[in-house]
Write a new protein. Structure first.
Lengths: 293, 374, 521
């Protein structure tokens, strides 16, 4: 303490300044945590509310109970949940295949037209994806892939063009030294063997990241899903179905508000568990993506 | 074990960036060839063309008399050691070394025999179960060499294998490569930017610059008779002193006249000059630092100069001096030849006199930079 | 303006240097435009050269070729068959046969292409209107199926694409003849079918990997986009759909609507929308960016404990599906919602708003817009925080140490080291998130549907325009609204594309990361 004072004559030692800033930071962090957590606490409380199904102006229910959850399982919700789960699982597998093959090729193989291809995809990506849904809807309607069968149609839509989202995993592949491929090729590997014997075993983090992203996408999509499902209760995913509960009634007093919250909890818990357990890979993907663009 | 022949090999990037130009070389069976040159000279590109990692724009590469231009690397029967080792991080040392054998579906007992044998030679048996990540730089280097050895291939390519190691380890590994070569007895092509490595390892050295071969020869040949100024300055450390001066022919004898001094050319060089009827002319004179000696002030061959830096290397003393003409020279004097008194005198700011040994001077044409006697 | 050399530039004071930089930036704009056009021109020239080379190559192949090669100009694959490439030859031949048969069929390619009436203003897409029609032969009224414009246009377009593919294939097989001739000349081995298949796992592995992806993109992105661009030249909407109501070509009418300036026309509504879209993207991106970075720095500060806990709390928002959290948080601010009703009962709603009957923050255009941005912070900060944390850890510690020795305080360290470093590294992803926000459907639509409704414009394109509608949410509303004005959606889509493309072009030119790539490496 004394040493510090003799150098800095401002009166406060470095240590004191530090303690004060840290105190402020802790206050800030605690306030922040409250803001970020309140909605989650709120949604859980709301889902346990018994006295009304509408929206009310107080936070804590007057009467606790599982009525909303019971009604949930009598409604179409389980169907929507399974639809979404099915989409999540299938999409995560197919999409990973598409994205990995595209990004691996663009990152590590050299061929004529590679640059042109990347530029073309960049330009294509500037069109709003929703635009293509109009034609796709018409064609899918003819093929019977909309409404009740919308989950199948949506799987195709989510996966078919997913190769265009190659950026993050290409960034990952770019960081693996090229000489590894070369060494393997001299050791006698074909490019296919290089791919599955050398590069794939090294790419676990990005594979898991891609799977995670593919799994999460159908849970949050409203725009494309709403369009293909077209109000058919059998084909809905959770987002479209639950949106109806909130906005269907017109007057917000008659919203199925508490049931929406109960459904929200049912959807969030499994997805959050999956996400949190694979969080490490998500973080790697996010930061890698930032560095590589 | 095989010969390698490169005929008019050319590498062009894009439309007109030439990386390697008209490369012709015959490499004999079991020869140790070193490609050396500054970075960007095309030495690695040439090696990679032999390996099949780069397409050959023009010309042919033959291994054992077979044109391999269109063959994939795996069909060329070559092994290669990379600068950054390129070990497979997810495989153990054993599996790294066995990788090529596994691809060829060699039976397990043979794989075991070959890998352990190579590991023994390289002294890495105890690390066989480890992952590369748990090894030191030198150990990784050995694994990389081991992986190439196991292949038992016709040609052994090495792309700057030592440049990622620290100085001490590099010297040690260099010695080991010399020993290794005796044991595996195959054709080696070795790329480096370090002239010491080139001189100590190569049976023959290929010196390259800007995609062109400058000279091919044994270490002694390139040291004693550099074909041009570039080779002269590139080979040897500290580098050769070169400066413009005049060669004078007087009564059947030759003299050089640097900085007002007059030094007679003697020995072999004088004979060669006479044989070629070289007349008096402007030249670039090359003198290696070790061929400069201290001279007496009154000697007509003495050149006056001032010491700028003195570097005491232990067995020898390196002096950076400025001659009266303004040029800078490096002088290298064995310390055993100096008395204590002389040593005390050879310090910053002191005036001294030097002369050149007449029989080991090099003469270059100032325009073409070619050696007049080559 | 005179360009200063580096020593002259260093002489300038800080403000002079800034002023110089700003002026140089604007002076550089003509330069970019010029280089853009020069680039385009070069590209066209290059393209011309390539076409010339191709044509010469084709002519040469024909001249040099033997009878099989010459004949393969008409019969696909003969060149391959002659040189022993049976599989390739047969595939080419089958392709040609399929093409000819398809085109010539009574309801095949030619039939459809004819029906489209390509771009002739006033003509319908498809020739025959469906419905009850008089049949003079049988003297009865009968139900005629008629054409369906959507299908007619789709099949017509597909047939055109088929023709393009046919020409490309023709060129490909002619080229292969030439390659085979060359190989024969050099007395090398011609690839057999087995070699071809093997090379798909080696030299041509990229083809194997790319084909499924590219096929998917072609069918589900490229084709629909081309189709929708064409729709912009028609009057396709709910009233012109199905067999009974063909839609027709209208030329540039749809685009003219946008140049129809008026205070309550579509162009005015669109102008407001573009303005808000850009403003939204700007604020959404940068508030998130700086707030996220701030949080990351604070958590990362030496001596702060429970780092992992703080981060995990934030990351929860990413884990919970967005539509759940967005819908819930949005409703909290409703008049009936917990926060909304609290604001009202605590008299925190300004008088001026109540005077306009705006009882919740969602009802007033200005407060609604602010609310969107604030709630977006709640959604976006965790994401930026994660990104920033990763990058902060990569900033070499000795930079901070040396700056402290040089006498910088922590604020100066932030502005002189952290911020430039972050901006440099995250430049490209900042652009990505900006573009992402331009099209951020979820946040706007799920929070409050782009509301409040902009009464000035009434219904437009069959839907109500919201004060906070982005181009993308409006596009969605136009498409799903009662009148389903697909042609309008298509024009809007083209509009979005132009906005995004222009912005990307400018940002790409300004961004430091693309210019001095090595600065921080």
């Amino acid at each position: 303490m004394k040493n510090n004072n003799s150098i800095e004559n401002h009166g406060l030692s470095i240590k004191t300044v530090n303690t004060i800033t840290n105190t402020f930071i802790y206050i800030f962090l605690i306030a922040m945590s409250i803001i970020w957590l309140v909605p989650f606490v709120g949604i859980v409380l709301e889902s346990l509310r018994v006295e009304t199904t509408g929206q009310v102006s107080y936070f804590v229910p007057q009467q606790f109970g599982f009525d909303n959850y019971i009604r949930l399982f009598e409604s179409d919700f389980p169907k929507w949940f399974l639809n979404t789960l099915l989409m999540g699982v299938v999409v995560s597998v197919l999409q990973t295949g598409f994205i990995l093959s595209m990004s691996y090729t663009l990152s590590r193989l050299r061929f004529k037209g590679r640059k042109t291809l990347m530029n073309l995809m960049l330009i294509l990506g500037m069109f709003p994806g929703f635009l293509s849904m109009i034609l796709i809807y018409k064609v899918f309607a003819d093929l019977g892939l909309t409404e009740a069968n919308a989950p199948i149609g949506l799987i195709i839509v989510y996966c078919a063009s997913s190769g265009m989202g190659y950026y993050v995993s290409k960034g990952f592949f770019d960081t693996i030294p090229k000489s590894l491929d070369e060494a393997a090729r001299i050791d006698g590997a074909t490019r296919w063997q290089v791919f599955y014997k050398v590069i794939m075993p090294l790419s676990k983090p990005i594979i898991i990241y891609t799977i995670l992203m593919g799994f999460m996408a159908p849970w949050g999509d409203y725009m494309l899903a709403r369009f293909l499902i077209n109000n058919n209760r059998d084909g809905m995913n959770v987002a479209v179905g639950m949106y109806k509960w909130l906005n269907g009634g017109g007057d917000s007093k008659f919203r199925n508000y508490t049931m929406f919250c109960a459904a929200g909890v049912c959807v969030s818990v499994p997805v959050t568990i999956v996400f949190m357990s694979l969080q490490k890979y998500y973080v790697e993907g996010v930061t890698g993506g930032a560095v590589k663009g | 074990m095989a010969s390698v022949k490169l005929t008019n090999v050319k590498k062009i990037y894009g439309k007109d960036t030439v990386a390697v130009n008209d490369f012709n070389l015959d490499i004999a069976d079991k020869e140790f060839i070193v490609f050396v040159g500054p970075s960007g000279c095309g030495k690695s590109t040439t090696l990679r063309m032999i390996a099949g990692l780069e397409e050959i724009s023009e010309g042919t590469v033959e291994i054992d008399g077979v044109v391999v231009n269109d063959l994939q690397p795996r069909d060329r029967d070559i092994a290669m050691v990379f600068q950054n080792y390129a070990l497979y991080p997810h495989l153990s040392v054993f599996e790294n070394m066995a990788f090529s054998l596994r691809l060829k579906k060699v039976p397990q007992d043979e794989v075991y025999a070959r890998v352990t044998n190579a590991a023994e030679i390289l002294g890495i048996t105890e690390y066989l179960t480890r992952k590369p990540r748990a090894l030191s730089g030198g150990q990784r280097q050995r694994v990389a060499i081991g992986r190439a050895m196991v292949r038992d291939s016709k040609v052994f390519l090495m792309d700057e294998p030592l440049s990622n190691l620290d100085a001490k380890l590099r010297n040690q590994m260099r010695a080991e490569i010399i020993l290794l070569r005796k044991k595996i007895d195959t054709t080696f092509i070795y790329v480096t930017h370090d002239q010491t490595e080139a001189m100590t390892l190569g049976d023959r050295i290929v010196i390259m610059k800007d995609g062109f071969i400058q000279q091919v020869g044994t270490p002694t040949q390139v040291f004693d008779m550099p074909h041009n100024l570039f080779v002269a300055e590139f080979i040897g450390a500290p580098k050769m002193n070169t400066f413009k001066t005049r060669l004078v022919r007087e009564g059947g004898k030759y003299y050089v006249t640097p900085y007002g001094a007059k030094i007679e050319v003697t020995g072999d060089k004088a004979t060669k000059l006479a044989e070629r009827y070289v007349d008096s002319r402007e030249i670039v004179l090359g003198v290696r630092p070790e061929h400069i000696t201290l001279a007496d002030k009154n000697d007509p061959a003495a050149i006056g100069c001032t010491i700028q830096v003195n570097e005491m290397m232990g067995s020898e003393l390196h002096l950076h001096v400025v001659v009266d003409g303004g040029d800078k020279l490096i002088v290298r004097i064995p310390t055993v030849s100096l008395t204590d008194e002389e040593r005390a005198r050879l310090v910053y700011g002191e005036k001294m006199y030097i002369t050149f040994e007449g029989k080991v001077m090099h003469f270059f044409n100032p325009e073409t930079e070619q050696n007049i006697l080559a | 303006m005179k360009k200063l050399n580096s020593l002259e530039y260093l002489k300038l004071s800080k403000s002079q240097a800034l002023w110089y930089d700003v002026r140089m930036f604007f002076c550089a704009i003509p330069g970019w435009l010029k280089s853009l056009f020069v680039g385009l021109w070069k590209y066209i020239q290059n393209f011309g050269e390539n076409v010339k080379d191709e044509v010469l190559d084709i002519i040469n192949t024909f001249k040099k070729g033997n009878w099989a090669v010459k004949l393969s100009f008409l019969v696909f694959g003969l060149g391959n068959l002659y040189y022993g490439q049976v599989l390739r030859g047969i595939l080419f031949l089958v392709f040609e046969l399929v093409f000819i048969v398809y085109m010539a069929l009574p309801s095949g390619g030619i039939y459809w292409i004819n029906k489209v009436n390509w771009f002739i203003t006033g003509q319908t897409v498809g020739r025959e209107q469906g419905g009850l029609k008089y049949n003079p032969v049988t003297d009865t009224y009968g139900w005629v199926e008629g054409d369906d414009s959507v299908r007619v246009l789709l099949y017509g377009l597909l047939s055109v694409i088929f023709i393009v593919a046919f020409i490309a294939t023709w060129r490909m097989q002619v080229k292969q003849c030439r390659i085979n001739m060359d190989i024969k000349e050099k007395r090398r081995k011609i690839n057999s079918a087995k070699d071809d298949l093997k090379s798909l796992l080696d030299e041509q592995f990229y083809k194997t990997l790319l084909t499924p992806s590219l096929l998917g993109i072609l069918v589900f992105t490229v084709l629909p986009i081309i189709y929708m661009i064409i729709i912009a030249f028609t009057n396709y909407d709910a009233a012109h759909d199905g067999h009974a109501n063909l839609f027709s070509w209208v030329g540039l009418t749809n685009f003219n609507e946008f140049t129809n300036f008026g205070s309550d026309g579509l162009s005015a509504a669109l102008g407001e929308m573009v303005g808000w879209t850009l403003m939204w993207a700007f604020f959404a991106t940068f508030t998130n960016y700086f707030a996220g970075m701030f949080v990351a720095i604070v958590i990362n500060k030496k001596g702060i404990r429970f780092k992992k806990l703080w981060r995990t709390i934030l990351v929860m928002t990413i884990a919970v599906p967005q539509f759940v959290s967005l819908l819930y948080v949005g409703r909290l601010f409703d008049r009936q919602g917990v926060i909304g009703s609290f604001l009202e009962s605590a008299n925190l709603i300004p008088e001026s708003m109540i005077a306009q009957n705006d009882y919740s923050l969602w009802d007033n255009p200005l407060t609604a817009k602010i609310l969107y941005i604030v709630i977006n912070l709640w959604i976006g900060v965790p994401y930026v925080m994660l990104q920033a944390t990763g990058i902060l850890m990569n900033i070499p510690a000795d930079l901070y140490e040396s700056s402290r020795v040089d006498g910088a305080n922590s604020f100066q360290q932030f502005t002189k080291i952290t911020l430039p470093y972050m901006l440099f590294v995250t430049g490209p992803s900042l652009l990505t998130s900006f573009v992402g926000n331009l099209n951020n459907f979820n946040v706007i639509y799920l929070l409050n549907g782009g509301g409040p409704v902009n009464t000035k414009f009434g219904t437009m394109g069959g839907t109500q325009v919201g004060h906070s509608d982005l181009l993308i949410t409006f596009l969605f509303k136009v498409t799903t609204g009662g009148e389903s004005r697909y042609y309008l959606a298509s024009v809007l889509g083209i509009f979005v594309f132009i906005v995004v493309a222009l912005l990307s072009l400018v940002v790409y030119n300004v961004m430091p990361s693309t210019k001095n790539e090595e600065d921080y490496s």
